[in-house]
Ligand binder design. Structure first.
Ligand code: 2AM
Length: 483
């Protein structure tokens, strides 16, 4: 009998928690897993006493679903997704909906959209963020793909998503093809950036101000009452004050070698592919790479010296406020760059992206959730065609208010030998973006000098000319191209 509203394949923790979340909101969910024993174990344990039902085969699962059938997959990204899709195709009818909520690459989602369209099925690739806890109590959901599916899944998706403000769900339709997974990827990249920025603030407090961990925890707690109010700042305060069973702070005992699973790297690769200067996320990825060279760094630390005798001028209190403002300004740059990448992807792929909606999806439920994202939403709501976040009145003023502090922190850190890849790349980006004239005229001249690559005159953009710089290079230009 068709009794289930929706099915979910993949009973790892995320899948189980999404099922329980759906059940809480009144949906009857049919659970399935490749290792079928997990279905019974789930029904007898975590799902005991709920309305969740199980299936021991895909055929049984499909029979139990109301039409149009809605099937969510939360399985390992890659082959597992394609395998299940191939197995489901012969079992489904026209307009049934397959939803991939895993961590798929957006290009795979775009490919699957095309393949399933040809079979008359609807496909949705949804970013899901918020970890296990988010999945259970309200994740951020970023669905994209075949828009015809949206009216059939909107209710379930928006019911289980995190809520902010007066109950607005952190879930809306993102766009066509792999747009949902693309937005999730950029979310993860921004998460890398936010984390590295916090690490740089911690480094400055620890090695310039020589603060102890409890004191730093208090500062982060205070910062959490300002524009920086966010999940990551909040947990940083908790982490800083956390003590092991012997009463010692745990954080300084943790090996300073960062891991990564790749989504930050994918964002940086996309940025390079699309030619967008998403420098902060790139630096955040490289900072993790550098940290992981721990053994080499330990050897180098005994041989390479830093600056001598530099001292902080000014009070601890004012430097702390400078760090806070440097962090805030850098964060504005990071989100600006992230939205520049989204805009470029939308252009490349012909997606219509709702930027305010994206900010709202990230506003709650996920790791980068923050009050700040509410301001980004306001900026895009006020002007959906906003070319660049920095040109919005609120953010322009915020950057202007922070810039003296930001410059002070970057220059002090440089003088005192503290690495701040993200603080400093953010400032360089800001200074680059606000310059009407950059020295790239010289690059053009050099390219033309050694390779006859041609250049445009300021007075005649669009017309490419070549100069015989040496008098013996010839007058023939190489074909104009752009890599
Ligand atoms: P399993 O319990 O049978 O291993 C997270 O790993 C989820 O993805 C689990 O539900 C797991 O199923 C599923 N999964 C991983 N690799 C898979 C594959 N190649 N085919 C089908 N499901 C897979």
């Amino acid at each position: 009998m068709a009794e289930a509203d929706i099915a979910l394949i993949g009973l790892a923790v995320m899948g189980q928690n999404i099922i329980l979340n759906m059940n809480d909101h009144g949906f009857v969910v049919c659970a399935y897993n490749r290792t079928v024993a997990k279905v019974d174990s789930f029904l007898e344990n975590e799902a005991k006493g709920t309305k969740v039902i199980g299936a021991h085969s895909l055929e049984e699962m499909v029979k139990k679903l109301k039409k149009p059938r809605r099937i969510v997959m939360l399985v390992k990204a890659g082959e597992a997704v394609d395998d299940f899709i191939q197995k489901l195709i012969p079992l489904l009818d026209k307009d049934d909906i397959i939803i991939d909520g895993g961590n798929s690459e957006y290009s795979d989602t775009t490919r699957r959209c095309k393949e399933l369209k040809a079979k008359g099925l609807l496909f949705v690739g949804s970013g899901v963020s918020g970890g296990e806890d988010g999945a259970r109590h309200g994740p951020s959901l970023m669905p994209g793909g075949h828009k015809e599916a949206w009216p059939h899944i909107k209710d379930v998706f928006q019911s289980i998503a995190a809520k902010v403000g007066s109950g607005e769900p952190c879930c809306d339709w993102v766009g066509d093809e792999g747009a949902g997974h693309f937005v999730k990827m950029v979310h993860n990249g921004i998460e890398y950036g936010d984390m590295q920025l916090i690490c740089e603030a911690y480094h400055l407090m620890k090695d310039i101000l020589h603060m102890d961990h409890d004191k730093m925890a208090k500062v982060f707690l205070e910062w959490n009452k300002t524009e920086l109010d966010s999940f990551l700042i909040e947990i940083t305060a908790d982490i800083l004050k956390f003590k092991d069973p012997s009463g010692k702070h745990l954080l300084p005992q943790i090996r300073d070698s960062a891991g990564q699973k790749g989504t930050g790297k994918w964002t940086a690769i996309s940025a390079l592919e699309f030619g967008m200067p998403v420098t902060l996320i790139g630096e955040a990825v490289f900072a993790r790479c550098l940290s992981s060279l721990k053994d080499e760094r330990v050897i180098a630390s005994k041989q390479l010296c830093g600056p001598k005798g530099s001292k902080l001028s000014g009070s601890e209190k004012s430097f702390l406020e400078n760090i806070r403002k440097a962090l805030y300004a850098s964060k504005i740059i990071s989100y600006t760059q992230g939205f520049m990448l989204l805009r470029q992807a939308a252009k490349e792929f012909n997606w219509y992206l709702n930027y305010g909606g994206i900010a709202l999806m990230w506003r709650g439920g996920c790791i980068i959730r923050s009050v700040f994202l509410g301001k980004i939403k306001e900026a895009f709501d006020a002007n959906p065609d906003l070319q660049n976040l920095l040109l919005d009145g609120f953010f322009k003023k915020a950057i202007h208010d922070c810039q003296d502090s930001w410059r002070n922190v970057v220059s002090t850190g440089v003088k005192m030998g503290i690495p701040m890849p993200c603080f400093s790349t953010a400032l360089s980006f800001y200074d680059g973006y606000r310059h009407g004239v950059l020295p790239a005229n010289l690059i053009q001249a050099q390219r033309d000098y050694f390779g006859a690559h041609t250049y445009e005159m300021q007075s005649k953009p669009g017309t490419f000319v070549h100069t015989n710089w040496t008098g013996h290079g010839g007058n023939v230009a190489s074909t104009a191209y752009n890599a």
